[in-house]
Design a protein around this ligand. Sequence first.
Ligand code: HSE
Length: 435
Amino acid sequence: MKPVNVGIVGLGTVGSGTFNVLNRNREDISRRAGREILVTHIGARRDNPAVNTAGVKVSRDIFAVVNDPEVDIVVELIGGTTIARDLVMKAIENGKHVVTANKALIAQYGNEVFAAAQKKGVNVAFEAAVAGGIPIIKAIREGLAANRIEWVAGIINGTGNFILTEMRDKGRDFNDVLKEAQALGYAEADPTFDVEGIDAAHKLTILASIAFGIPLQFSKAYTEGITKITREDVAYAEELGYRVKHLGVARQTPNGIELRVHPTLIPESRLIANVHGVMNAVMVMSDAVGGTLYYGRGAGSEPTASAVVADVLDVARVLTTDPTNRVPHLAFQPGRLSDKPILPIEEIETAYYLRMDVKDRPGVLAKIATVLSEGDINIESIIQKDQADDNAPVPLIMLTRKVQEKKMNAAIDKIRKLDVLVNDVTRIRLEMLDK
Ligand code: HSE
């Protein structure tokens, strides 16, 4: 059978990994696909010394790849949502199948990209867009297709997890760890995407769509980063038996869908609480199988290439099949997506870790407890840290039972007015991840 011709656009960290994996494992890949897969055209603004492109056409004009009549599959690895969007839309218009690792593009423009692809009868595959090398899209879209999915919770930004882990284990400085993640090729071009939770929100948006059969709605995701987490909070959480992780949570509730990324306390006994460094993990709770956990490298050259190449292989396999019978982009048939609303963060329900540095005076704890009880907030545990200096503020750490976020906001506002706080209240959401 005729080989499948692949054009790679972008020869950076993931592009070079993709080229090298396709070449190194060429024999096994062709045995799996049933035909040869060849990189015939590369579009890159500059060479990459990690790649030997001898014998492959290289164009500085990246659009030459999508306009090349010999190319069957365009692999978009330039990232971003401007040129990448034009390039992907042009590839589709030209009848090419597309493989991309671009989570921002899919989360923000996926609805239009998939509609165009559907119309043209081409495939757009994006496994590498979520959790790098972990085949989580395939697991949810195909492996769990029998289930009603209740929730998905994931550590889906390697840079953020690496920073939190190094800060906890080695007491390292935030910026120092971030620089290392950048040097290792984990961090986004704009690292605020990592530390402010935007990258994780892109990935969670995609996961929620394929889990629940809803259109992609990145603008409605609640996004909070890790920049305000202190070493003290991490230590207090540990004392209470919890780890602080930057978690993306998407959950179906009777009223709508929770879609949120924020630092979260999770019980240290959960496997996912023990995912360290740059590793990613996604836990999926489904009605038939129960909880399943997917763990692996979520970033880096060859781990991400692993997912890109698997998609290339998938596309190569379906090239000869009926386009209307392919696995739908968002797992559910395009005309059967649900219009369930995404809930505003005020409507979600979760437990909380609260830290208040308070004045050391009689009655302070009673006043705070009264506000919480009037707000229908049940306290699960409390630690009061004794201070050597009698005049020093006393850290008061509490865990609460589940309560609606707006009730917690109202209680925190009341506590702020009590004149007992030395600093503002630190609030970290807590998930048991048990059912
Ligand atoms: N910046 C991302 C991360 C890369 O750190 O996880 C993979 O999407």
